[in-house]
Design a protein around this ligand. Structure first.
Ligand code: BGC
Length: 838
């Protein structure tokens, strides 16, 4: 099935009115795959990843042969990176990657005959003598991701060439309560025969980072110094360390046969793996279960002596698997309570899947780690586990449920503020220049060359000029501070970051006497396509409207924050940062006079964008079908996307995502421009027609913006954002990792986009813009000490319920009125009928 058919399939299933979606196996809390198709495995593996915010494991088959085509087991620990140098295109290139760790999954099985393995397997022995859907006849195959329970269930009937059928039920989980554990329970049942089943449980340490085809020319061997063994009490263990960052890793496993006991175990200790084998006497139709409990530790972990010791201790003190599972369920139950979101139909089921993956990547456990928001989750190796600006799509969601997680993600940035100040200084600038791609220590990790898989050419990569990432960090500090009221953060680390980002913009801005304005030159905007002017050797473009407007916003927020700081803290920071009144005056001036380019009545994406050639969109669509990666298509043709008014993703329109209409208009006013609704609408039209959607973030932003300007088009974009990963609409990218920003963004689209929820210091503001297809939802948020505030929309009525507590009443502003809801009360509001567009 190619990706376009796949997309059409999903479009057919997803109904705009949220009615029950016949034909979709995915309902309610269960994400169900029926049948086995090896070609689909990479996507299923990514979407069935299980994790707990500390580590995650892809949904690969435990019985598959190592390194087999279509299977890519991967286990990744949050924030565990290693740096390697590779030689490509005549150059040494250094990359830091989130490391693929030893695989704890392997569990293989095969029937034996009287004579033992060799005789028994005889003609069945191919490259892979064990039973698997790849080597056997397979029926009744069903794989279910149970979102409520946080488990992955598999059921299948395998029949080998001698006709021996084994029915398998398998449950796995990565423990959400105690994040050192993972477990796999497998039940075998012989059907129509009795005899011996050999089962091998292993830890495989011979793993590399090779999950992304276009990175395969690069060195992916991150692990070294493997050691393996087993203990007297039957625990398997394997240790190794990363080659450069020298993080030590240990994985251990206890495998138990639940009655009737088998014979064995026998152990096999290899250079990079370790295994234990048991032989089970199967009687026709009688189930036998094998339970594998696993622990994983690294030298990054707090409160351990050494990783191996911690792993063995964890196993020796672990409850039995059934009890572990009960605790795991309880932990998930608590998470779901804090992040409730009900939307009817398949859309709701997809939203829940998105929430599940967001929580598996960024859970309450994340709050005690030094990690950022990995753009592709802990689900695959695309973008090397790096942290981009995507937290701007994630934190606003988390702020209203898990503020402690948001705070820790912001602290990841704060700990790297020193490095960002160094980067700015190296570039001859003051303040903080945060990296476009960040990893372990906050240096710039963006590759200098990237491969265009279409042309096979390695090309220079200037995406590091996306300095707007600094504004995203300041924006997240602002939103977090205003939503939670956490002044210790806002006035502490938050203020320091905001002032340093402001200082960078204040310093970078150059006065242009001809234009009577300040300019920011040589940057790249969120639309990554444009990295230079046509035929220019100078990297970057000038005055990207998004960058300039958000920089102006950062400067004015920095001034506001500076004014509101308690006097002693203001003095402390003035001293520490050598902040002078002159510098603050300059910020004030720059914040009002940064240049905003316009072209023919709409905001111009950057200076000169409007004068670039128009692309023949229809012609290209006809020629290539999917033109999301127009940059690669044009480069392969010997042309360049720099020549055209063609954007990869929402750029100017991001402004409508960040700021509600009144705030955006005020921001433009401050910059000396009048942005009325008509002008904004024309600007939206202009860019919708010129954006290829080469990033999953694009449809999300377009959905958000059109919900208030072009309601008739909003469903198309919302649907695109919803199916982005489940249908892998970017054609093969989801198997390399989910798109965390887009997933969290769809949740926030319902939570804030459609409710117009704005948390300010004094009040929770609502400005609902329900869409016909998302006109029924129920969600709960945590706001300033009020846990579980419920917002329900149904039949055009919005109900806000504040749970009983000792808190003061919740001030709510809606439709120009302010009401105070006493804990224990509900406020109901009939929404006006929206005007339907023609
Ligand atoms: C997008 C960026 C995003 C990155 C990581 C790129 O394709 O253009 O905006 O930050 O992916 O998700």
């Amino acid at each position: 099935m190619n990706s376009l058919d796949d997309r059409d399939h999903w479009v057919g299933l997803l109904h705009p009115d949220g009615r029950e979606d016949h034909g979709s196996p995915h309902t309610g809390w269960c994400w169900v795959y029926k049948g086995y198709d090896p070609a689909e495995e990479p996507l299923r593996e990514a979407l069935c990843t299980l994790g707990n915010g500390r580590f995650a494991t892809r949904g690969a088959l435990p019985e598959a042969a190592p390194h087999a085509e279509h299977h890519y087991p991967g286990t990744y620990a949050a924030g565990l990176y290693n740096r390697l140098t590779s030689h490509v295109a005549g150059r040494d290139v250094e990359n830091e990657d989130m490391v693929n760790l030893p695989d704890w999954l392997p569990l293989r099985f095969r029937p034996l005959d009287e004579g033992g393995v060799d005789d028994a397997v005889g003609e069945d022995r191919g490259d892979w003598p064990w039973m698997s859907p790849d080597t056997c006849e397979v029926s009744d195959y069903r794989q279910t991701l149970d979102l409520r329970a946080g488990t992955l269930l598999r059921e299948m009937l395998l029949r080998d060439r001698r006709g021996r059928a084994v029915r398998v039920y398998q449950t796995r989980f990565v423990h959400m309560g105690d994040p050192q554990y993972a477990a796999l329970r497998t039940e075998f049942r012989a059907e129509g025969w009795s005899g011996t089943l050999e089962v091998e449980s292993a830890i495989e340490g011979d793993v590399t980072n090779s999950g992304v085809a276009r990175y395969r020319a690069l060195d992916g061997r991150h692990l070294t110094d493997h050691r393996a063994g087993h203990t007297d009490d039957g625990l398997l263990w394997l240790t190794c360390r990363t080659r450069h960052s020298d993080v030590h890793v240990a994985v251990a496993a206890r495998t138990t046969v639940i009655a009737p006991e088998g014979t064995g175990p026998d152990y096999r200790v290899g250079d990079r793996d370790v295994a234990q084998t048991v032989r089970l006497d199967l009687a026709d139709g009688v189930p036998v279960a094998v339970e594998k409990t696993v622990t994983l530790h690294t030298t990054h972990d707090p409160a351990i002596s050494d990783p191996l010791d911690a792993c063995l201790h964890g196993l020796r003190t672990a409850p039995v698997l059934d009890d572990l599972l009960v605790d795991h369920h309880t932990a998930w139950e608590r998470l779901w309570q804090r992040a409730e979101l009900h939307v009817p139909g398949l859309a709701g089921c997809i939203l829940r899947l998105h929430l599940f993956h967001v929580l598996q990547t960024l859970s309450p456990h994340t709050a005690s780690l030094d990690v950022g928001v990995p753009a592709r989750g802990l689900h695959g190796e695309a973008y090397r586990g790096h942290v981009f600006w995507d937290e701007i799509f994630v934190l606003p969601y988390l702020n209203l449920h898990f503020p402690e997680v948001s705070r820790s993600l912001l602290m990841y940035r704060y700990r790297r503020l020193g490095r960002a100040v160094e980067s700015a200084a190296e570039a001859g600038r003051r303040g903080a220049m945060f990296p476009w791609q960040s990893g372990s220590d906050g240096r710039e990790e963006t590759q200098t060359l990237h491969l265009n898989p279409r042309s096979g050419r390695w090309l220079p990569d200037f995406s590091r000029l996306q300095h707007h990432v600094g504004s995203a960090i300041a924006y997240n500090v602002w939103r977090y501070g205003r939503t939670t009221g956490d002044l210790s953060f806002l006035h502490g680390p938050g203020a320091e970051m905001v002032l340093q980002v402001a200082r960078f913009w204040g310093d970078l801005a150059q006065w242009d006497a001809d234009r009577s304005a300040y300019r920011l030159r040589g940057v790249v905007g969120p639309d990554e396509y444009h990295e230079a002017y046509p035929d220019s050797d100078r990297p970057g473009i000038d005055d990207n409207a998004y960058t300039n407007v958000t920089a102006a916003w950062v400067l004015s927020f920095a001034l506001e924050l500076h004014r509101e700081l308690p006097e002693p803290r203001r003095g402390e920071l003035a001293d520490q940062l050598a902040l002078s009144p002159e510098e603050l005056e300059r910020w004030e001036d720059v914040s009002r006079r940064l240049y905003v380019p316009w072209y023919r009545g709409v905001i111009d994406q950057f200076e000169g964008y409007g004068r670039l050639a128009e692309l023949d969109w229809e012609g290209y669509r006809e020629k290539y079908g999917d033109i999301r990666r127009l940059d690669r298509l044009l480069e392969a043709e010997g042309d360049s996307v720099n020549n055209y008014q063609a954007s990869k993703q929402a750029d100017v329109l991001m402004l409508g995502y960040l700021f509600p209409p009144d705030q955006l208009a005020a921001l433009f006013e401050r910059l000396g421009h009048h942005l009325d609704p008509g002008t904004w609408r024309r600007t939206v039209d202009h860019y919708l027609a010129r954006t290829s959607g080469g990033s999953t973030l694009s449809s999300l932003v377009h959905a958000w913006v059109t919900a208030r300007t072009h309601r008739a088009q909003a469903w198309r974009f919302s649907r695109e954002a919803l199916i982005g990963d489940v249908a892998d609409i970017q054609g093969g990218t989801t198997p390399e990792g989910i798109h965390l920003g887009a997933m969290a963004g769809t949740l926030d689209l319902v939570q804030r986009g459609l409710t117009g929820l704005e948390a300010t210091d004094q009040v929770l503001r609502l400005d609902p813009a329900p869409l016909p297809f998302l006109s029924h939802f129920d969600l709960s948020i945590t706001f300033r000490g009020h846990w579980g505030v419920r917002l329900s929309l149904e039949g055009g009525r919005l109900r806000v319920t504040v749970p009983d507590s000792a808190q003061r009443s919740l001030p709510l502003q809606i439709d120009g009125h302010r009401v105070h809801i006493t804990p224990g009360d509900t406020h109901t509001l009939q929404l006006p009928q929206p005007h339907e567009e023609t």
